[in-house]
Each structure stands twice: as C-alpha cells, then as structure tokens.
Design a protein around this ligand. Structure first.
Ligand SMILES: *[C@@H]1O[C@H](CO)[C@@H](O)[C@H](O)[C@H]1NC(C)=O
Ligand SMILES: *[C@@H]1O[C@H](CO)[C@@H](O)[C@H](O)[C@H]1NC(C)=O
Ligand SMILES: [Zn+2]
Length: 643
C-alpha cells in the first residue's frame, strides 16, 4: 500500500497515519480497495473534526456513567465497601482463605456431572464454586515444576517460593514470616480448619517453620505456641490427634513421651476430641478461645465414609460454620477482624488413591463449606473476602478413558459413581479384616462370593466383576485399595495419568511379577501423583479480590492476603531471623551448652533436599524398565504421609 504514496509526501503526521490505518481496516473488513487518492483534503479535515467531537462526547458520557454507577455500587454495598482497584482496604475486616488440596480443573467437571446425574439436575447446573471462579494459579516450586503441598502452602503463607517439603522455610533454610503470624501479631484472631492432620503440610505452613514436612511432632508443638513468636493460632479444628498424645498412650504417633494435650491445657486451650465435645460448641455459639479440636487420630474419614458415621465425626461444613461463628464472636468488640485458613484436605488423598467416587464427595463437601462461608459473609456485618484455591492437581484425572484398542467412544459414565457408598480405602480395610479373620482360607469360591456380595456390590455397586478382578483383590491385598479404585474408574471410564499400573489391564500379570514392583509403585506414587497443571482461583467476588483476577503465580495469593489485611511479612521474617538461638523443646544443644542456631526448625536433612535448581533427567525411564521396579535405597523410605 505504501507503494501508492510518494516517498517524500508531507502526509506523515500521526493523525493522517491513523486515518490511513482506518482506511486499511475498512478495506480489510469490506473487501473493497481503498480510494485514498480520491479523498480531498477537506474531507480529511471534517472527518477529523467529527471524530474529535465524537470522542469528546463519548468520553464525557463514559465518565458520567461511571460516576453514577460507582455511586450506586457504594450505596448498595453500604459500609461493606472497603477496597477498590484504586485503593487499599481500611477499617476492620476478615479474610477467609480456603484450600482445596489436590483439586484440579477436571475434579470440578467430574463432580458437576456426578451431581447432575445423582440429583437429576439440568445439564447447565453448576457447583457453587463454578459461580465464583475468578482466575488460575501457576504452581511450580523452586525444586520442581510439580509442587507438593508444603511448597504450595509456603507460597500462600509467605508469598514466596520454596522447595518441595518446606514448611515456611526458604531454600536457604531460613524461616519466612507467614500471613497468619503477621495477622496474629497485628491483632487479628486466627484459625485453622482441616479434614486431615492439623500437622500436615498445608495447615503447618501457616503456623510453623520446619525444614521437612515430616517433622509433624515439632509442628504440633509450634502450633500450640512453642514457637519463637508465641501462640499464633487461636482456633484449631481437624484431625491429627496422634501427634499430640504422649507415646505412653494408645493412639499416639509421637516419637517422644511429651503430652501436648496437657501442654495445650496449661496454655489455656479448650480441648475437645469427639463429636459430643464438638456438639457442645453449638456450632460456635458456645465455644471459647483458644480452642483445640482434634476429632481423629489421623485423618477425618473421607466424606463418602463419614456419611455413615456422622455421629462420630463433624463435617468440613460444620467445622467451618463453628469456626466462623467463634471467630466472629471473639472479634465482635475488636477493631481487628480475623484470618482463617480452611482446607478440603482429602480431595488430594482421593486423587492419590485414584478413587473418583470418593473424590466427588470430597469436592462436594468442600463446595458446601465454600457455600457456608458465602452465607456467613452475607450475614456478618464486617467487610470480608473469601479467596479459595488449590495447591496443585493430584492424579492427572481425565474424564474419559480409552479402554480398548478400537477408536474410543466419547463418553464417561458418572452414573457408575453414584452407586458407590464407600471409599476404596475403607473397603480395602474391610477386605483385610475379612482375610485376616476367618477369610474362608483356601476356599476361593467362598472368598469370591463374599467379596462380590459384601464389598463390590454393597460398597461400590459393581455387579459385573470378573474372577480375575476378584482374585487379584485376594492375591494382592496390599494393593486392594488401588485395585478397587481402578475397577470403579474403568467402569465409569475415568482415567488417571499417574496410576501405578498403566498400559492396559494388567493386574494379573503384575501379580505374576514381583511384589517389589508393587512396593515400588506405592513409593513412586507420592512423587508422581501431583501434576504441574494450573489450578483455579475462586473468590466471594471480583470486586474484593480484583488483584487475583486472571492467571497468577501461586505466591500472588500470599501477597494478596498480606495486602488485604495490611500485613508486614518482612517484619515477621526479621523477628524469626532474630530468633535463631531460640530454645524450643526440640532445639539441639551443642557441646558448649549453646542452642544450635535454628535447630528449632529441625535438621535440613542433608542432600536429600534439592533446592534452587529444577529436577533434571536422571535416566529414570530406563532405570524403571531395567530393574523391574526395584527402588533405589537413597529414595525416601516411606512416603506414606507425603501429599
Ligand atoms: C517414648 O519416648 C521416649 C522419649 O521421650 C523414648 O525414650 C521411648 O523409647 C519412647 N517409647 C516408645 C514406645 O516409643
Ligand atoms: C555452639 O553454638 C554456638 C552458636 O551457634 C556457637 O557459637 C558455638 O561455637 C558452638 N559451640 C560448639 C562447641 O560447637
Ligand atoms: Zn498430594
């Protein structure tokens, strides 16, 4: 087009070139050639005047409308409006942070369709979460493109990246101040609510600092206030009682004989450990702070199993309602509100177990808790924001699965999942009990009959099991949970990319290989089961959580929490750094009777921790097929608690 123009033409002003661009666009849109040469200078002048006038009128109109709209929004929100894209929040406010551990985008598709089928809802029916989706989060850690919950929660708590396994410590093994600690020191009340152990990675990252997530005994101590900054959590509800019980009692998993329940009581905690104790709180109306509620030795049962023992364990929704009412009441007369982290912890576990029926119930339980928070926000007069996200995806879930060599039919079958009434983990436990007990040993026919009737039909709604499938449950009891999960996954045509036995239905052939292969698979599970996919960010409204709209690094979520509550994380980090020589109950003392610096955070564990550099390829693929699955001994011996 430039060829039409004389090289030294005087028409190089920006106005003219923008007109030229418009001509070009018109030409492109209408498919007609430009006739610029025929345009008179007068036409160009008047067109410019017209455009200018139009732009002026349009701008004024937009400003007027914006002012009117803003005015109306502020009136509608009343005193609740504390923050806009142009300013920071002021005045009393609360922040509710929710974590759906291991919930990727596919978990939502799975659960949405399941719910529609189960309740006969229309195909456009959505979860509460779906209506509050505002963005996505990138999740890599400093040591891997695939994060774990520890590095993930450190990003939320400190707003900083660290290595997998780090509990709010940085790659150089120095502690980083968390939003919960900063909130507490700034006068907010604080809480943690989970369905797994309260000492597990996600909750730990808010109120503790240790070099390895496995130091759960230490985490328990710090959560109760044996912490350089003192007691930072006011309300604790969840599982994980075993790390608080002295090793002299049954049900303890502590390495030492310290009685942390006694310690908690001495520190003034009100302690409840069962459903009666929970009910006595009257959903928060009658609770007193500080509050320690530990309702299970380890995990609170999966929701799908808990439904049968509701009188023993509270639900995530009930704990959420209790916590919000308690904290709201406790801050009634304060000029500072509260910060709470609420986690749907076991969505991740269902992903690790590749158990789709269990996962949909975990996601639904989380959705209910999310709805309960929204309801609280409607009711409560203090301005607040709810932000929710996941730390990572677990399992590589796929809602469709090719079962045969032929071209696959495009479908998956949520109806299959509606027939399940128990988790495969639970059913595997019942199977073990049966086989360890009478088990009708040596009577395969009777065993098959029992397993079909009492486990497969009653627990999973599976009525078409093959003899091979049932036999593999007996022969590979150790792996029964995965086999059961795989049976239901296949029938629902739900896939998992990180399942132990990929490459066809080869359970029986696995049984003919070595048991070490199975042990190997269980060990690698905890490494392979998280995915490096982006996860969703949710919020009560985009108005309050506007900085999180769009695609973000997971650390932005921590920064948002700090910013919304006006917290200074650096000053907390400084306090923690100054506490290097702080002498905790499990600090190490050296030969000259001085506390080893930062030994309160536990050993960094030597070369097992890889920091700063991403994983590189170590020939793993070849290794696996060569050694038939023998795991090298430098690998961590047990990943049983690693999620
Ligand atoms: C319990 O803890 C003490 C140290 O506090 C230890 O000496 C003892 O061996 C432990 N007992 C058991 C059974 O683990
Ligand atoms: C003990 O630790 C302190 C503080 O880190 C250090 O100054 C001192 O040299 C250490 N003493 C010995 C004998 O290691
Ligand atoms: Zn996990």
């Amino acid at each position: 087009m430039a060829r039409d123009e004389p090289l030294l033409a005087p028409r190089t002003s920006s106005e003219l070139s923008s007109l030229r661009n418009e001509d070009e666009e018109d030409a492109l849109l209408t498919g007609q050639r430009m006739n610029r040469n025929e345009q008179s200078r007068g036409w160009v002048f008047w067109r410019q005047v017209g455009l200018f006038t139009w732009a002026l009128v349009a701008t004024v109109a937009v400003i007027i409308f914006a002012v009117i709209y803003q005015h109306q929004v502020i009136q509608k929100q009343g005193s609740k409006s504390t923050w806009g894209p142009s300013g920071k929040p002021t005045g009393k406010r609360n922040l509710i942070f929710m974590v759906s551990d291991g919930m990727g985008p596919t978990s939502l598709s799975l659960t949405r369709s399941f719910r529609q089928i189960e309740l006969g809802l229309p195909p456009d029916d959505t979860l509460v979460l779906d209506r509050h989706h505002i963005g996505t989060s990138r999740t890599r850690s400093t040591s891997s493109l695939v994060t774990d919950s520890a590095a993930g929660a450190t990003a939320f708590a400190c707003g900083l990246k660290s290595y997998n396994g780090a509990i709010s410590v940085l790659p150089d093994h120095s502690p980083c101040g968390t939003v919960l600690e900063a909130a507490k020191l700034a006068g907010y009340m604080t809480g943690l609510v989970v369905t797994t152990r309260i000492t597990d990675a996600t909750p730990a990252c808010f109120a503790a600092h240790v070099n390895q997530r496995q130091y759960e005994d230490r985490i328990a101590e710090q959560e109760l206030g044996e912490h350089p900054l003192g007691q930072v959590v006011d309300l604790i509800l969840g599982g994980g009682r075993c790390h608080f019980l002295t090793n002299l009692t049954q049900g303890s998993c502590r390495a030492d004989d310290r009685d942390l329940i006694q310690v908690a009581k001495e520190k003034g905690f009100h302690y409840v450990d069962d459903r009666d104790g929970f009910d006595a709180l009257s959903l928060g109306v009658d609770s007193k702070l500080p509050l320690l509620g530990l309702f299970a030795e380890k995990d609170i049962p999966y929701e799908i199993d808990r439904q049968h023992v509701k009188d023993v364990y509270p639900s995530l929704e009930e704990m959420t309602r209790t916590a919000l009412t308690t904290l709201s009441k406790a801050t009634e007369n304060s000029d500072k509100g509260f910060f709470i982290m609420i986690e749907g912890s076991r969505i991740d576990h269902a992903g690790h177990g590749n158990d789709p029926a269990t996962q949909v119930h975990e996601v639904l339980a989380y959705d209910k808790a999310f709805a309960a928070v929204l309801e609280f926000l409607e009711r409560d007069s203090t301005p607040a924001v709810l932000v929710g996200t996941s730390d990572h995806e677990t399992g590589g879930l796929a809602t469709a699965r090719q079962l045969h060599k032929s071209y696959p039919e495009y479908k998956w079958l949520p109806g299959v999942l509606t027939k399940a009434s128990h988790s495969s983990e639970y059913l595997a436990g019942r199977l073990r009990e049966y086989l360890d007990g009478n088990g009708e040993k040596n009577n395969r026919v009777a065993q098959r009959d029992h397993i079909r009737k009492n486990l497969l039909e009653a627990g999973l709604g599976i009525t078409d099991s093959t003899d091979d499938e049932v036999d593999s449950l007996v022969d590979l009891t150790d792996r029964a949970s995965y086999i059961l999960a795989d049976m239901i996954s296949r029938r629902a045509q739900v896939g998992w990319t990180t399942h132990g036995h990929s490459g066809g239905y080869s359970l029986v052939s696995i049984s003919r290989r070595s048991i070490s292969f199975i042990i190997f698979m269980r060990r690698v599970a905890n490494w392979a089961f998280h995915l490096g996919v982006d996860v969703n960010i949710y919020a009560s409204s985009t108005k309050d959580a506007w900085p999180l709209v769009g695609n973000h690094e997971n650390t932005d979520i921590g920064s948002f929490i700090a910013s919304y509550l006006d917290l200074d994380l650096q000053s907390i980090t400084k306090k923690l750094l100054d506490s290097g020589l702080w002498s905790g109950p499990s600090s190490k003392v050296n030969a000259s009777n001085t506390v080893d610096e930062f030994s309160w955070m536990g050993d960094p564990l030597g070369d097992d921790i890889r920091v700063d550099q991403l994983d590189s390829y170590h020939g793993d693929f070849r290794k696996r097929s060569n050694d038939n699955g023998f795991v090298s001994t430098q690998r961590r011996s047990c990943g049983c608690a690693d999620h």
